[in-house]
Design a protein around this ligand. Sequence first.
Ligand code: UTP
Length: 280
Amino acid sequence: MINKCLFPAAGYGTRFLPATKAMPKEMLPVLTKPLIQYGVEEAMKAGITTMAIVTGRGKRAIEDHFDVSYELEHQIRGTEKEKMLADIRDVIDVCTFSYTRQREMKGLGHAILTGETLIGDESFAVVLADDLCINKEKGVLSQMVELFKKYRCCIVAIEEVDATETEKYGIIDGEEIKKNIFRVSNMVEKPLPSEAATNLAIIGRYILTPDIFDILRETEPGKGGEIQITDALLQLAKAGKVIAYKFEGIRYDCGSIDGYVRATVELYNLEQEKKGSSCA
Ligand code: UTP
């Protein structure tokens, strides 16, 4: 029912300069895996196999990552190291990838609109790969796809953030219609703490219905001069067509140095625990 996942990956990643000068932010590794591969694997677990990626200049490494590397395959075939390619081989075997370029970085809303050509007239998931979400039992996108089957409208993933940090996020307001599920009545992009209605922040997982494209086409630049997905979604929210879901799991903001380091340390510790328990 949700068959496609869109990955807006055209941003400059300026918080990671100079690392992101010639390399896409989405290719930064947490342990041995690039951020975007975590996102693709999360989508696969939610039953999605068509990945649509919005890239920009200097993002070729993403396309190469999701393609076969014959030289490398030849070099390590039959060696111990071969198992390190197991996950990415699986991704390449199961999924199809298509790409389009956002020529000017006019914001997340504009990036999503750029992806229309890859999505067409169907509901779809959106993953911002720099938000790394971990849930061992059921991935965040799997949880959201399940919810979509019931509500059949746009869904944004939210989490409670520190009240001083509302300026970094889109903030929703609404009525909690069921535990952890809100019918959104208002949403504002990056409000000052003094102006935020709640501390419920939108993170980088969405399910969108295709009517969002027509709205985005008409959406004027908002905060920061960028076309904001929050502004477009507000129109649907006013018609009662947006659900916010407080997901189960941990999110690491890998678009920031602090979040990236935390993800690296915590995932490393988890790996060590796994190794420890498999030796015992
Ligand atoms: P961010 O604002 O977090 O990413 O956008 P950024 O601009 O790459 O990073 P900084 O702030 O300069 O460090 C959230 C997501 O939206 C995508 C980004 O790639 C990221 O996944 N995005 C943003 C686009 O694809 N196009 C845009 O014009 C803006």
